[in-house]
Design a binder for this molecule. Structure first.
Ligand code: BEZ
Ligand code: FE
Length: 295
């Protein structure tokens, strides 16, 4: 085996490391690591950290690791708050014009949510301002998609998911699975969601404070919509009047995902929906699925 680069110098630092990977068995791993090493050395050369600053960076990453367990993923939170999750999502969900856009899934999706008939109320504890969400699942030509599975979940009126308030909220509160019929239509009842902070009691929360950033996500509803022959859509709809709509901590907001929350206080409609409240929020939103082949 021939040595091509004799010694490591400040100038050739990246090349010296990259050269050592020339016998890597996995060409994709080698290509990825080559870019990572090149960019990392470039950053270090631009920043010129002191030894103490470099140790601080190592301590930070150590704290991020220590904060992770089966439930908490601080590295994902790092990726989310640095905009990397949304960038990876954008690269992997390029779709034809007219198709609904993806956004981050987040950590609060739960498999096995109850499957309901259309029109069911996913709010199991009756708390919050009632809301009706409805619309259609369409293909890019405007045809209804029959048999689409709609998996929806949302935070409550205090900004918490059921899994964050076990014993306080009923299990599977504000979660449900629906399947479209021939008309592609869907509708269900819930409660108007509220903004909430991403988990901010760890090193990522501390970093946000240091950087003068807040940890909040604007109010939203999550959806995963799947149907045979179509690209799976993981997305949200957002409340455009939310105070954090322009500064989502994880950069998940897209203009095409802004819904309208219309306040309805018409007695006949309240009666029709079976709400005993003085008003409800009406939210209409259609989703457009790209065909799987459109990639
Ligand atoms: C969420 O919307 O559930 C979420 C997304 C990213 C980080 C934290 C929460
Ligand atoms: Fe969320």
């Amino acid at each position: 085996m021939t040595e091509r680069l004799a010694y490591f110098t400040e100038e050739n630092s990246a090349e010296a490391v990259i050269d050592r990977m020339r016998d890597a068995k996995n060409p994709r791993l080698r290509a990825v690591m080559e870019v990572v090493i090149r960019k990392l050395h470039e950053a270090v050369k631009e920043i010129e950290p002191t030894r103490e600053e470099w140790l601080e960076a190592i301590r930070f990453l150590t704290d991020v690791g220590h904060k992770c367990d089966d439930w908490r993923q601080e590295f994902v939170l790092m990726s989310d708050t640095w905009g990397v999750s949304m960038l990876v999502d954008a690269i992997n969900s390029r779709r034809p014009t007219g198709a609904s856009e993806n956004t981050v899934i987040g950590p609060f999706h739960v498999e096995g949510a109850p499957e309901y008939e259309m029109g069911a109320n996913i709010c199991l504890d009756g708390k919050g301002e009632p809301m009706v969400v409805h619309g259609r699942i369409l293909d890019v030509d405007g045809n209804p998609v029959e048999g689409a599975k709609i998996d929806v979940w949302q935070a409550n009126d205090e900004g918490f998911y059921d899994v964050q308030q076990k014993g306080y909220q009923p299990d599977f509160n504000l979660r449900g699975v629906f399947r479209t019929g021939e008309d592609g239509g869907y509708w269900f009842k819930g409660v108007r969601p509220k903004f909430y902070p991403v988990p901010d009691d760890g090193p990522i929360g501390a970093l946000l404070v240091e950087l003068g950033r807040h940890p909040y996500r604007p109010a939203h509803l999550h959806y995963i919509i799947s149907a045979d022959g179509y690209d799976e859509l993981t997305t949200h709809i957002f409340d455009p009047d939310d105070p954090y709509i322009g500064s989502d901590a994880v950069f998940g907001v897209k203009e095409s995902l802004l819904a309208t929350f219309n306040k309805v206080d018409d007695l006949a409609r309240l009666d029709e929906m079976g709400f005993g409240a003085p008003f409800f929020w009406d939210v209409e939103f259609d989703f457009v699925l790209a065909s799987a082949a459109a990639g």
